[in-house]
Design a protein around this ligand. Structure first.
Ligand code: SAM
Length: 259
């Protein structure tokens, strides 16, 4: 099954250029993904093709108006419905994510959940944001990429598309690649090394050259635990650890002992 991203934006070039290279570019060519940037300005109903106006009640900056956003949304929703009817006769509402600093913080868990959707619409705001009324009508999820404010939703949308895409089966070269990445199982990934064996007088850890798979797995697991305990103890609380691992971390003073 392929996944279709529909990005509603005032800056389609930015999104298209950023998402059609490297791994995602190849996945798109193979038909595993489609990434379509829809220009909201194409749905501006006035003769100047303007999409923004002053906010009622005053205040700094401009606001994106409701109608062009709504028309762009409807055009995409109709296209999705037609395709679905052609393909499998199934209908259903498409999830519409509004990228907003006020949304729930994006995470690997959220990416895993969204990767199960066949279509995903991502709505990018600009200027001071978008008229609240259209958000109320079309948005199903509000998502932030972190507690800071960007000039537009394009980079956040690209972050989401990139993260979700690599979870779509077939996008990464082998299906196990994503399995050991950081945040999978609430652990950070172990350190990795490539050739040469010695660089700046630093040696690759001996165990990785041994060819002994069980020892390598054990070393990697320990490194993951150590890294997570030191850098992100909050994650470790949610990770599944064996009794032996808990004791091992406690002995190192990296996990509190039970009273
Ligand atoms: N006035 C808005 C507020 O305080 O909530 C911020 C508007 S921001 C300057 C313009 C657009 O950038 C937003 O509509 C949103 O789409 C996007 N944006 C900014 N920061 C973001 C973040 N941390 N995560 C997701 N989208 C963000």
């Amino acid at each position: 099954m392929s996944m279709h991203f529909h990005i509603l934006t005032l800056f389609p070039d930015m999104v298209e250029n950023g998402l059609h290279t490297s791994i995602l570019g190849r996945a798109t060519e193979k038909g595993l993904l489609s990434i379509e940037a829809v220009n909201i300005r194409d749905y501006a109903f006035n003769k100047h093709q303007s999409v923004d106006d002053y906010p009622y009640g005053g205040g700094a900056g401009m606001l994106m108006q409701a109608e062009p956003v709504y028309l762009a949304y409807q055009a995409v929703e109709n296209k999705i419905r037609e395709r679905k009817l052609r393909e499998d006769g199934q209908e259903g509402r498409t999830r519409v994510v509004y990228l907003s600093p006020q949304g729930a913080t994006f995470s690997q868990t959220m990416a895993e959940e969204l990767a199960r959707e066949e279509d995903l619409m991502l709505l990018c705001g600009h200027y001071e944001g978008i008229d609240e009324r259209v958000l109320e009508e079309i948005v199903t999820d509000y998502v932030s990429i972190g507690d800071y404010v960007l000039t537009g939703g394009e980079l956040p949308a690209m972050v989401m598309v990139d993260t979700i895409s690599r979870l779509v089966p077939g996008v990464l070269h082998n299906d196990v690649s994503a399995e050991f990445d950081s945040f999978q199982d609430n652990l950070l990934e172990y350190p990795q090394y490539s050739r040469p064996e010695i660089w700046h007088e630093k040696r690759v850890p001996e165990v990785l050259l041994s060819g002994h798979h069980a020892n390598i797995e054990k070393w990697r697991r320990e490194q993951s635990l150590l890294r997570t305990a030191k850098a992100r103890p909050d994650l470790l609380e949610k990770a599944e650890l064996s009794q032996k691992e808990i004791r091992w971390l406690q002995e190192k003073g990296l996990l509190p002992t039970m009273e």
